[in-house]
Every structure is written in structure tokens, then in C-alpha cells.
Write a protein that binds this ligand. Structure first.
Ligand code: 2P0
Length: 334
């Protein structure tokens, strides 16, 4: 018997950042975070549970995935199998329509799409909160991509906070390198927690910035929301930097200077950075073209990807529960 489902999910950018995990395992963030799910960039993932398979398989962007990626997918599939009382192994095919070195976290959209597709293919009809929890255990930021618009992750729970149109925000992703990042988020946050003299300061500061940012967003105050997002990013990077975990490059800092120069000219532009050297400019939609033009001229910025807030992860092909005698469910789409 074969059961297939296909899901689509978008990456997200954290405005207030998640950095560090609670002790005790289970991949629970130490601080709350708030992100915006991006439209226009997507991961599409098909999951086929097939009794004839001896092991899970994973194809990523047209090629067999590395062992580590397959192992992480299997962990999520195991949780879904356990919830559904299913033994069948799965064939997973996942494709990003954005470059993997674009500085947009493909693990967030990837695990969100995998959780949605696997739950549906397993015949589970779970509320989005449960699907987000499945995704969170694999990659915490993935829980936020299950929902659209502005999304909060607080401890184990992800929830939508405001719809995509709450503030007229554009996110300008300044791509500064095609190389994969040198230090994973997982390792970077572990080293920060173990070795940074400022990690305690981060743990104290992050929840306050998050609460203020959440309130500013709900008040529809784009300027305050973005200003607090820049504060959160700088505090996160400062705590990591002090442990020798450096994600910024010269190009990142030049782009940061350009954002600040725009601001001195009255443009509502702010900066955020994640676990890599790509700067993301948070800007009022009315100023996005001007900011894009300026940032594209910064030496070291290879290109600028423009994005706005979008919808949450969803099933795009409801072949769930179909049997192999249903010709429409013969093979997973490729
Ligand atoms: C965030 N980042 O809030 C922060 C800011 C990167 C910098 O969430 O270990 O890939 O898989 O839970 O979700 C990236 O961390 O880490 C991340 P795991 P994840 O977006």
C-alpha cells in the first residue's frame, strides 16, 4: 500500500531571535522568538509511505540527500509513524525554489513541509499546533513556518500572532556568498551557551525585546517593530561573537552601514542577520525599491531578493490515504 501527500512551506525570518536551547533535551528554545513567514520562496515536499520500502529515502533538490539529512528526516518520520501507528518506510522528495545559499533557512521551510506532508500521508488529521510541534523537534525555527504572517515560538508552542498584512513590511535579503555556512546554528548556539560571557545577558534581554516587539507589531508600529528586530539581532550576534562564533563578514558590515545611512536619510530601514553573513533589510514597502537599489551597490552584496509576508505551510496535493490501486497515487510527483 502507498499513501502520498505533498506540502508546500515558506522560509521565515526571525524578527526577535531564537538562540540557545533549554537544558533537558527535546529541542526547546531557551527564549521566545517572533518571525515573519515569507511569500514567494518555497519548499515543496512529497512523502510516500510505502510498505514495499526497506528504509526511508530522501531526495533533496534532485539528488540523494547526505546521510545526516536523511537521519534527521527519519527522526521526524518516526514521530509521525508513532503517532499514526504506522510501520511503512517513506520515500521523500523535497525541492527548494530558492538557492540553498541564499541565506534563507531551508531547514525551516524543509521541516515544516515535511511535517505537514508526512502527517497527511500517514492519515493523521492534526491541528496546526501539533504539526508545528513535530517540526519544532527537528528544527525549532521550522515550527514558525507552519503558520503564515507573523508567528511566535514560545517554549514548545508556535502560534500565529498577526496576519501577513499587519504591517507593510518588505524583507530584502542581501546575498553575500554562495558558500554554505561554516558553523551550523545548532553548533553555534551550543558554543555560545557554553562559552560566551554574555549568554546570560542574552537570556535576560531576549524575552524583553520579544515582548516589546510583539506589542509594537500588534500596535501596527512598523518602525518600532523593525528597530526592536535590529536590537534583537545585534544582541544575539554580540553574545555569539564573544564566544568566537562569528557569522558576519565584511560585506555584512558594509550592508549594515548602508542600512544605517538610509535611516539617516529618513528611510525606515533596519537590519537583521541570522547564522550566516547575509544581511536582511527590514523596510517599509514604500521605501523598498530605493533600499534595494542602494544595497545592491554595496561591494560584496551579490544580489538582493525581495520578499513580503506570506501564508503558512499547507497540503497542495491531497492524495492522502490513497491506495496503490488508485492510479492517481501511483508515484510521488517529482
Ligand atoms: C532564528 N536561527 O530565530 C534564529 C536566529 C538562526 C539565527 O532559528 O537547532 O535551524 O535546528 O533548532 O531552527 C536557526 O536555528 O536550529 C535559527 P535548530 P534552527 O531564526
Amino acid at each position: 500500500m502507498k499513501r502520498t501527500a505533498v506540502a508546500l512551506a515558506h522560509p521565515n525570518i526571525a524578527l526577535s531571535k531564537y538562540w540557545g536551547k533549554r537544558a533537558g533535551g527535546g529541542n526547546v528554545p531557551a527564549v521566545p522568538s517572533l518571525s515573519v513567514t515569507l511569500a514567494g520562496l518555497a519548499t515543496t515536499t512529497s512523502v510516500t509511505f510505502d510498505d514495499a520500502l526497506a528504509a526511508d529515502t530522501l531526495r533533496l533538490n534532485g539528488a540523494p540527500a547526505a546521510e545526516g539529512a536523511l537521519a534527521r528526516a527519519t527522526e521526524l518520520l518516526d514521530r509521525v509513524r508513532e503517532a499514526a501507528g504506522l510501520r511503512a518506510r517513506a520515500h521523500v522528495v523535497s525541492t527548494n525554489d530558492f538557492p540553498t545559499a541564499s541565506g534563507l533557512a531551508s531547514s525551516a521551510s524543509g521541516f515544516a513541509a515535511l511535517a505537514v506532508a508526512a502527517a497527511r500521508a500517514a492519515g493523521l488529521d492534526l491541528p496546526a499546533e501539533r504539526v508545528a510541534d513535530l517540526a519544532r523537534q527537528s528544527s525549532a525555527s521550522a515550527a514558525r513556518s507552519v503558520f503564515g504572517g507573523f508567528v511566535e515560538l514560545d517554549g514548545e508552542v508556535a502560534r500565529p500572532v498577526a496576519p501577513p498584512g499587519r504591517i507593510p513590511l518588505e524583507v530584502l535579503v542581501c546575498v553575500t556568498t554562495e558558500a554554505p555556512k561554516a558553523v551550523s546554528s545548532r553548533d553555534g548556539m551550543a558554543v555560545t551557551a557554553a562559552e560566551s560571557p554574555y549568554y546570560a545577558g542574552w537570556l535576560e534581554t531576549a524575552p524583553r525585546l520579544h515582548a516589546e516587539l510583539r506589542a509594537a507589531l500588534l500596535a501596527g508600529d512598523l518602525e518600532a517593530t523593525c528597530a526592536l528586530a535590529e536590537r534583537s539581532a545585534l544582541a544575539m550576534h554580540a553574545s555569539a561573537f564573544a564566544a568566537g562564533v562569528v557569522y558576519v563578514s565584511g560585506a555584512t558590515l558594509d550592508a549594515l552601514a548602508a542600512v544605517r545611512s538610509l535611516r539617516s536619510e529618513g528611510v525606515s530601514a533596519y537590519a537583521t542577520m541570522d547564522a550566516g553573513p547575509h544581511l536582511k533589510c527590514l523596510v517599509h514597502a514604500r521605501d523598498a525599491a530605493r533600499a534595494t537599489e542602494r544595497l545592491a551597490r554595496v561591494p560584496g552584496v551579490l544580489r538582493v531578493i525581495r520578499a513580503v509576508a506570506g501564508e503558512g505551510a499547507r497540503v497542495v496535493d491531497a492524495a492522502a490515504g490513497a491506495r496503490s490501486d488508485d492510479p492517481a497515487a501511483e508515484e510521488p510527483p517529482r
